[in-house]
Design a protein. Sequence first.
Length: 337
Amino acid sequence: MEREERRKERLDRGIKARTEGLYAIASWREITYLLAPRASLIIGLLILPLVLPGLYWQRVLALAGVYALLALSFDFLAHRVGLVCIGGAFMMGIGGYISGGLNYYFGLPIALTIPIATLAGALICTLLWLPCLPLRGVYFAIITFMFPHLATSIIIAGGLLGSTEGLSPIKGFPNIWVGIYLILGLVLLTIFGLRRLCGEDIGVVFAGIKDNDQAVLASGVNITRVKIYALYIATLIGCFAGAFVAHFSGFVGVSLFALDFSVMPIAACIMGGPGTLAGPALGALILAPLSELLRGFGQLRVVLYCVILVVFILFKPEGLLSWVSRRYHQIERWVKV
């Protein structure tokens, strides 16, 4: 008697099929099904600072929020517009030095320094990277990667802005809760804001430039102007992160141009799920605490860290969020071959 062969089949749930673009909702149960993932993200981030054991881990969570913003900036440019920017550290440094400098030299309050640093820093980054926009792929990535090293060399060689000693003290937030909920609130606002932006008409243009910019150019769209628009939005996010760190730590120095701020967002994007926006933020919220937990291993921490990333690249290239989303929206069953 022949053995019956079976294979596993995946099917979309009915609610997913009915709400893919058109929200055909028939009951409160289906409304709950749609809102549960978003509500879980919001409620989870709001409750997490309250359950962490001590000030140290609360500060780690705030740093994770900074990496989440940088990861969102990287993911938006790389997977929505097609610009692979590895200059997260440059955005951090520019935003941090402007915000910290305004407070240190002119005594401006945080309510002014952070918005000014965010807007002016994004303008500076965009103008400096503007000549590089015609470059594609790895060439644009290499150019943006070199800017943090260039800025560090100029500050140290010229003895500018405190040189290697930096600027201190920088006025901090009234208390740690203000800082934590400010950065977590901006992470949530950035996720939903970028999702909304990519769902508009301009989002279609972004996708077209990523897939075939010459076809978009042939249709009469000024792709350089669109890239500048996207680059300014991404650098706004990164410069805010730098301004936040300046006031959260009470110090501004060349450490803001550290390599971690360029590399960690890429790692978070790989772990969380490239192109999902929320995925890179999730990856950053996992990687930052994990990096602190492994600190006791010394140099072995780097090995373990690399192993984790290699495992994700080889066995889960879609990332955590895409895998969880698929499990949530699909059912699996065995069928006869």
